[in-house]
Design a protein around this ligand. Structure first.
Ligand code: ARG
Length: 376
């Protein structure tokens, strides 16, 4: 579909010529443009000092975003080529912007030619995306996890993307050598051959641990019945037992005190750094968050929104939360024997890190039986 419609980039040429005259540019950062909550789509990014261009394509459709010092353009279409969204704008409030500032012409765009831009898959990635050094500075209280300290942590990766950094869309927990527990919404409309799990790895872009394909996906039947509102839990059987990693025990009906309100739980993942902070770490990050009672959570997010099968975690003042890309991953608590037990699965939230707005997790104790019955 790269041969399709639109595309660029006379604007950047004009921009570069202008910069030659006016000197240093006030380069806009890329924020808030990508409405999508996951990175399952295959994206390519071209970037230089004056502009940013991103093209994403997967079985659900096609997406592109362009911006430079003058403005931005965003376009999205579904798998059938129907335009879902097309919008452009100027950074300049004075309004000297008009449509003619953008030229879209197929011939200007050759996906095989970097054309002065840096390909996301090589240099740009190495220099930018993989640089985790400033990520400790984030609005969710996340910090780099201790490598190897949560050996049940797995990454769900697009099977077509060899680099797990680009392919990661969700997290998961190894609960038996051949079984991953994750969120149903991570696997909606997904077949087993489309995903792999990376096990025993800290840096996504590394080759540490192992990568195993999914053999079978089991969504909780209640998930579809409630339109994806509740029962956000799924089991995935791996093609073979993992040898890297260590499964985590579940919090069970016999140990429900482990996830009482007030207990400090820990969530880990490779998700983004803030509601509008789309930096994704290469290293596994984590944050410790107090568990919240059902009553408090219902008061925050709505009586009907919070079900018995959900458990909430958050600080009243905000600033401690999971976020987009962490879904499916583990919320763990101390098992009182020096280890950890699985209390929740990252599911949803209102706004990452907001005050009086807990993150919502699928409550593992409510699904003990369903898990036991389906894991065979
Ligand atoms: N649904 C998100 C995902 O797919 C997880 C959102 C968690 N949000 C929160 N505020 N804790 O990755």
């Amino acid at each position: 579909m790269f041969t399709k419609t639109h595309t660029t980039l006379l604007t950047s040429l004009i921009a570069m010529m202008l910069f030659a005259f006016i000197g240093t540019a006030n380069v806009q950062s890329v924020t808030e443009h990508n409405a999508r909550n996951n990175r399952n789509d295959a994206c390519e990014i071209w970037e230089d000092e004056e502009s940013y261009f991103e093209v994403c394509e997967d079985e659900d459709g096609y997406y592109e975003y362009y911006e430079d010092d003058f403005g931005w353009y965003e376009y999205e279409e579904d798998a059938n080529g129907n335009v879902l969204y097309e919008e452009e704008g100027s950074w300049d409030d004075e309004g000297d912007w008009d449509d003619e500032d953008f030229y879209f012409d197929d011939e200007d765009y050759d996906p095989n030619d970097d054309g002065g831009y840096i390909d996301a898959d090589d240099d740009f990635a190495a220099e930018q995306n993989y640089d985790d050094s400033d990520l400790a500075n984030n609005s969710l209280g996340k910090s780099e996890a201790t490598p190897g300290a949560q050996p049940w942590m797995v990454a769900q990766v697009d099977a077509n993307e060899s680099n797990a950094y680009y392919g990661q869309g969700c997290g998961g927990s190894l609960i038996a050598p051949q079984w991953v527990l994750t969120a149903a919404h991570c696997l909606e409309d997904t077949s087993a051959n489309e995903i792999d799990y990376v096990i025993g790895r800290h840096m996504l872009s590394s080759n540490e641990g192992e990568r195993i394909g999914a053999a079978q996906i089991i969504l909780h039947p209640g998930y579809a019945q409630t339109d994806g509102e509740d029962h956000d839990i799924a089991l995935v059987k791996l093609e073979r037992p993992a040898t890297a990693g260590t499964p985590i025990a579940l919090v069970t009906d016999a140990t429900t005190h482990l996830d009482n309100p007030g207990v400090i739980a820990r969530v880990t993942g490779w998700g983004q750094m803030g509601e509008n902070d789309e930096r994704y770490p290469d290293a596994l990050f984590g944050v410790d968050i107090p568990l919240v009672s059902q009553a408090t959570c219902k008061a925050q997010l709505g009586d009907d929104a919070i079900q018995a099968g959900e458990i909430c975690a958050g600080a009243p003042e905000g600033g401690k939360d999971s976020c987009y890309g962490d879904s499916g991953g583990p919320l763990t608590v101390s098992d009182e024997k020096g280890g950890q037990a699985l209390a929740g699965v990252v599911s949803w939230g209102d706004e990452c890190g907001a005050a009086n707005s807990s993150g919502v997790y699928t409550r593992v104790t409510e699904y003990n039986d369903w898990i036991a019955q389906n894991m065979r």
